[in-house]
Every structure is written in C-alpha cells, then in structure tokens.
Design a protein around this ligand. Structure first.
Ligand SMILES: Cc1cc2nc3c(=O)[nH]c(=O)nc-3n(C[C@H](O)[C@H](O)[C@H](O)COP(=O)(O)OP(=O)(O)OC[C@H]3O[C@@H](n4cnc5c(N)ncnc54)[C@H](O)[C@@H]3O)c2cc1C
Length: 123
C-alpha cells in the first residue's frame, strides 16, 4: 500500500487551492477526483474585487462592476426601492484563467480519476 503525506479529495476550487499551496513543499501528494482537474468548472464565480486584490489576483476578473448597490425588501413596498451602497467593486472571475493558475502551481501532482467511497480512521 502506498503511503502518502497528503491525499487531496476532489478537483474543484477548494481542492486545487489546497493542492497548489502544498505543491511546492517536500511532500508526497496525490489527488483523487471523480472529474479530471482539467475539466472546466461548471459554476460561475463572483467575488468582491478587494478579496482578489488582497491576493494579487485581480487580473483574474473578467468583468468588474463598480459602485455596486443592493436592494432589500419584499418587492411590495417602496422600502425596497432604496439602494444600499457597498462602496466595493464586485467582479466576475475568469474561471478558466483561475483554474489554470492553480493547475500550473499543482504541476507534478498526480490525480487519479476515481471516487472515494470510504474514509477509515486509523486508531
Ligand atoms: C450556480 C452556482 C453559482 C455559484 N456562484 C458562486 C459565486 O458567485 N461565488 C462563490 O464564491 N461561490 C459560488 N458558488 C458556490 C461555489 O460553487 C462553491 O462554493 C464551490 O464550487 C465549492 O468548491 P469546492 O471545491 O469545495 O466543491 P466543488 O466545486 O463541488 O468540487 C467538488 C469536487 O470533488 C469531487 N468529488 C465529489 N465527490 C467525490 C468523491 N467521493 N471522490 C472523489 N472526488 C469527489 C468532484 O468531482 C469535484 O471535483 C456557486 C454555486 C453554484 C451551484
């Protein structure tokens, strides 16, 4: 039986972020996922622009909405017509570019196209 330091489960954003952070450490890492890590992510990801700026990843935004506002209410009275200003930009992530950034950092990690069926705790 092969003993690994880290087994990454899945190949979505959480798994690839984790793997990309661990990849440059001297660890024996493998991934196991029902999907290939190269398979296009299905969901559309939006995020506050400042969150990406903190990581130096703002270039990954494919669109940026400035001076965003929200409207709250039940849609039945005028209260919901008043905009609440956020004073933050909101952005649409270019998920292909984001996935590629992470995959580049994960270079060297082997992914098995399998389904994890059980996790047993060693007592
Ligand atoms: C329509 C929609 C829109 C969204 N919009 C936003 C948004 O704008 N902003 C935002 O922040 N979030 C958004 N989300 C939420 C976001 O999609 C999730 O938070 C994010 O995808 C979670 O990432 P994850 O890597 O944890 O899981 P997932 O993306 O679900 O990835 C799970 C991975 O695990 C693998 N897997 C599952 N079971 C097994 C198993 N037994 N064995 C091996 N592999 C397995 C799958 O193949 C997959 O690769 C949205 C979600 C949806 C559905």
């Amino acid at each position: 039986m092969e003993i690994l330091d880290i087994l990454i489960l899945g190949s979505g954003p959480a798994a690839l972020c984790l793997a990309s952070e661990l990849a440059n450490q001297d660890l024996n890492i493998k991934g196991i996922s029902t999907k290939s890590p190269n398979e296009k992510w299905e969901n559309t990801y939006g995020i506050w622009a400042s969150e990406l700026e903190e990581l130096g990843l703002e270039s990954l935004l494919s669109h940026r909405w400035c001076q965003t506002v929200s409207f709250f209410g039940d849609g039945k009275n005028k209260k919901g017509d008043t905009p609440t200003k956020h004073n933050y930009d909101y952005g649409l992530i270019n998920q292909e570019a984001f996935q590629n950034v992470l995959l580049k950092k994960c270079k060297g990690i082997e992914w098995l196209n399998e389904t994890a069926k059980d996790i047993k705790e060693k007592k």
